[in-house]
Write a protein that binds this ligand. Structure first.
Ligand code: BGC
Length: 894
């Protein structure tokens, strides 16, 4: 009996506390308890958690303290804002630790408990840097020469705390007292190194001890000077790599000390004989200087480093997540090629590397060659890597079991050819490790169709494979560049799968930094094609437009207004460029990629009756011109720039008129009779309203003429299904989604078991041969841009824009089709989890929705039998319902 009462009390108590509004997932500048904040007014966010419905924040209070002293108290602020509230206290001090707490009041009379977090500042002023740039000065330290290692020993008193601020021209890996510092890889990441370089902050308090200590650093070429692009350009940012290192130690006795990179450091060759982004890495374990980062190591043979006077004023604290090791995958099979080669199959195309644990004789050499595909006969396919060797070569020292993995390179692969192992290979000795920016996974999506689920998995894997500090086109061949067009078309999908706000915020800084004087935005960012034929002072529609489209997409996805504010001058300058390139409001000059890689007849033989689908370059450009202006109107509205809003509104009208005069007949036929032409014209409202219905008919006819195959390229594909859905042809959109013969999204899965999105619709052709190896990647996210429509339309999760951006005002609008019997999607937004999950049972449609606190959602039901729509037992008799936070269950007849 007593037990029962206790249980009852416990249940009452827990429902009571759950019903209370609590705060969770506190962030500062989008990061949880960051230690290296470099901005002077960081932004605080939190999420409200409540078991009750319709909970809204009505007020908040933030307090920030440093060492017990309050440096900011916001007081009670009447506001619903629970994201991105800016610090407004006394100026923050460099290299300090702050605690902060927040509490909120809600509309139901609750006050939350205080919830707290911490943040640390980095070096807020350039003159906080006491460190000097140092280089090895070694002859062997060249672009693909021997990686140098640096060393410094020092004595310390009893430690209270210690932080390291470090960056490099090149890639660094630091050890302290024999242990690796931190878990980030390929640091400091990749930026437009000549204009913008990020440093990172590490808490090393527990790595130091009283007495003697030592620091060791490996410094690889990385993106700084390794060859990049297909024109064999190297040393793009300079010939000498260099290190900048500053450790600030606070002692228990209240004093402090800094240990910085300077000419007292020493240097030697390491056992890494070569390391290049494209070619891979060569290591000789016999040359390893064990314990080189411990205090007792004898460095008497090491030489002094060379000081460099590289600038410091362009260095800023990292704002995005570092690259970390993610999934670890064991081989699923050991294969033998017709030539007798041994191949490991990891079952998943990914970007990263393979860790090897192996025992052998001194001087034994093992060589791993990475490829994405095997040909029809089972032979590794190297041709699409172009000149990238993509190899890891290890020479064993013979000392017991040895573990190898690269330091300053990555590979895009599913298969690894292994050479140098005598005897039977043990697949367990090999682990593929995916490496990518440590962005938080936010989205989940599943349906009753296994192929669609595989497509979703492939989209996510291509995102993982290409979010390596920079959004890249592909991770394997001698390219791997920050192609603006690819990032642009994929950005909204990316923002469903992972939280990419900081990732893009950082990249967009480089978009602005590399922008040309005339406002044109280079095709790749960082612009490593500088000086090549691909570096023109022109902008290409859909590519350079990333400068306008992506900041706005981040605002829509995260409610991050600051990203638009920061990018606005760059956005405006780019639109200025387009306006300058246009004559009479027609953007019809200059180079265009246009609808890149759309269907062409000679692509894959055997598609009888299918004609090439090439859309006029400038028709495409004109549609993107309108898209850019449309976003500029929204951005200017957001920032309160009323004059500019007016100016852009009239520009938009003229741009659309010019389109109609130039590319459309009086009856609404377009000069290019392609899917892409009609899709873009409809998506961007280029056609007069009375001619839209016939345009949709023409589009559908076109799709039918290709027997429900898509023929779109990079720029048409993202809008194909959204346009069909918007204009009431969801039936056709679903047919295209579920099409599994070439060209289609499911063809690579059905015909060839693809595990990622391919660059071309037929990177591998129906007959099992490959497309042109000069441009055939099997890990290219661009066509994965359909993911956005899948979340938005199948699961039905979207956000309103303007005031409702960032899922403050949610739209739940699942649209049925394709014989799907269930779908469930969820998204961890800045306010909390949104989820929409539906199933069809006995012709009944059942929908479960979860709406986070401090938001509202408008739910639109996919039936016209309004009288059958019930929430639990209550009849709603309405097509839509707007709800506050909470969990809801609806049933209706279809
Ligand atoms: C890249 C692309 C890119 C395109 C533009 C290719 O080499 O891989 O994805 O957008 O070039 O030309």
């Amino acid at each position: 009996m007593k037990k029962h009462i206790l249980l009852l009390l416990f249940i009452c108590f827990s429902t009571l506390t759950f019903a209370q509004t609590e705060l969770s997932k506190l962030t500062v500048e989008n990061l949880s308890n960051p230690i290296g904040i470099g901005v002077k007014a960081p932004r605080f966010s939190w999420k409200l958690v409540s078991g009750k419905r319709n909970v809204k924040q009505t007020a908040y209070e933030i307090q920030v303290k440093e060492g017990g002293k309050t440096v900011w108290s916001s007081g009670k602020v009447a506001s619903e804002a629970s994201i991105f509230n800016k610090y407004a206290g006394t100026p923050l001090v460099s290299d300090s630790k702050y605690t902060w707490q927040v509490r909120v009041w809600d509309n139901q009379g609750n006050t939350s408990k205080w919830a707290g977090g911490t943040f640390g500042t980095a070096l807020l002023n350039t003159n906080d840097w006491k460190a000097k740039w140092i280089s090895s000065g070694l002859k062997s330290d060249t672009v693909n020469g021997i990686v140098p290692m640096f060393r410094k020993s020092f004595s310390a008193k009893k430690i209270a705390s210690a932080k390291v601020y470090v960056t490099s021209r090149g890639l660094y890996e630091v050890q302290i007292n024999g242990k690796r510092m931190g878990d980030s890889y390929l640091a400091p990441g990749w930026t437009s190194y000549d204009k913008h370089l990020q440093y990172q902050t590490y808490d090393v308090s527990s790595m130091l001890s009283e007495g003697k200590n030592a620091i060791g650093v490996l410094l690889g070429s990385g993106w700084y000077r390794t060859r990049l692009g297909w024109e064999n350009k190297q040393n793009i940012y300079g010939k000498d790599t260099a290190l900048l290192f500053q450790m600030v130690i606070k002692y228990a006795d209240g004093t402090s000390e800094t240990v910085v990179s300077d000419t007292s450091w020493k240097v030697s060759n390491s056992h890494i004989l070569s390391s290049e982004i494209y070619n891979g890495e060569i290591q000789d374990a016999r040359l390893a200087q064990k314990n080189y980062s411990t205090a007792t190591f004898d460095d008497s043979k090491w030489t002094p480093v060379v000081a460099k006077d590289f600038p410091i004023d362009y260095i800023t604290a990292s704002i995005n997540e570092p690259i970390r090791k993610q999934e670890h995958i064991k081989p699923i099979a050991v294969l033998t090629s017709p030539k007798g080669e041994t191949i490991l199959d990891f079952g998943q195309n990914l970007a990263g590397w393979v860790a090897v644990s192996i025992q052998g004789k001194s001087g034994d050499q093992i060589k791993l060659s990475h490829v994405e595909m095997l040909d029809k006969k089972g032979t590794p396919y190297f041709e699409n890597l172009r000149s990238a060797k993509a190899q890891a070569i290890y020479t064993l020292s013979g000392n017991g079991v040895e573990t190898f993995e690269p330091h300053f390179t990555t590979f895009g692969f599913r298969y690894v050819k292994v050479e140098g192992i005598t005897g039977k290979i043990n697949p367990n000795d090999f682990t593929a490790i995916a490496l990518y920016s440590d962005v938080t996974k936010t989205g989940s999506f599943e349906t009753s169709n296994a192929s669609v689920n595989k497509l979703q998995s492939n989209i996510q894997w291509s995102q993982r494979g290409n979010f390596l500090d920079v959004p890249t086109d592909c991770p394997q061949r001698d390219e791997r560049l920050g192609w603006t067009g690819d990032a642009e078309v994929f950005s909204r999908t990316a923002a469903y799968n992972f939280n990419v706000d900081q990732f893009f915020a950082k990249w967009l800084i480089d978009v602005a930094a590399d922008q040309k004087e005339n406002g044109a935005v280079p095709f790749v960012i960082p612009n490593v094609l500088k000086g090549s034929g691909f570096d023109m002072p022109v902008g290409a529609a859909g590519w350079s437009d990333a400068s306008i489209i992506i900041p706005y997409n981040m605002y829509v996805s995260y409610g991050d207004k600051e990203i638009v504010e920061r990018q606005y001058p760059s956005m405006k300058a780019y639109l200025g460029y387009v306006r300058g390139a246009a004559k009479n409001d027609l953007w019809n000059t200059g180079f265009q990629f246009a609808d890149w890689l759309s269907y062409r007849v000679d692509d894959s033989k055997g598609m009888i009756g299918m004609k090439s689908a090439i859309t006029d370059n400038y028709l495409v450009a004109q549609c993107f011109y309108a898209y850019n202006v449309e976003i500029m109107i929204k951005a200017a509205t957001l920032l309160g720039k009323t004059e500019e809003v007016k100016e852009y509104q009239s520009l938009l009208e003229r741009v659309r008129k010019a389109f109609q005069t130039e590319y459309m007949t009086a009856s609404g036929k377009l000069i290019s009779e392609t899917q892409t032409a009609y899709i873009l014209a409809l998506q961007f409202d280029m056609l007069p309203e009375n001619l839209r219905a016939q345009a949709v008919e023409r589009l559908v006819k076109n799709i039918e003429s290709y027997e429900y195959h898509l023929t779109t390229g990079f720029l048409g594909t993202p809008f194909l299904n959204p346009v069909l859905t918007r204009f009431g042809r969801n039936d056709v959109a679903y047919k295209l989604l579920l099409q599994d013969t070439y060209p289609s999204w499911l063809y690579p899965i059905k015909a060839h078991g693809a595990t990622t999105i391919w660059e071309r619709w037929d990177s591998m052709k129906p007959d099992g041969t490959f497309q042109d190896p000069s441009m055939t990647s099997f890990n290219h996210y661009a066509y994965g841009a359909v993911g956005d429509w899948m979340y938005r339309t199948i699961a039905g999760i979207d956000t309103k824009e303007a005031e409702g951006a960032g899922y403050k005002s949610i739209i739940i609008k699942p649209e049925l089709g394709g014989n799907l019997t269930y779908a469930k999607g969820s998204l961890e937004t800045n306010y909390g989890l949104v989820s929409s999950s539906w199933k069809i049972e006995n012709n009944k449609f059942i929908l479960d929705v979860e709406v986070p606190a401090n938001t509202n959602a408008t739910i639109e039901f996919p039936t016209n039998k309004l009288e059958t729509i019930k929430e639990n037992k209550a009849v709603l008799n309405a097509k839509t319902k707007t709800v506050g936070s909470g969990k809801y269950h609806f049933e209706m007849e279809l």
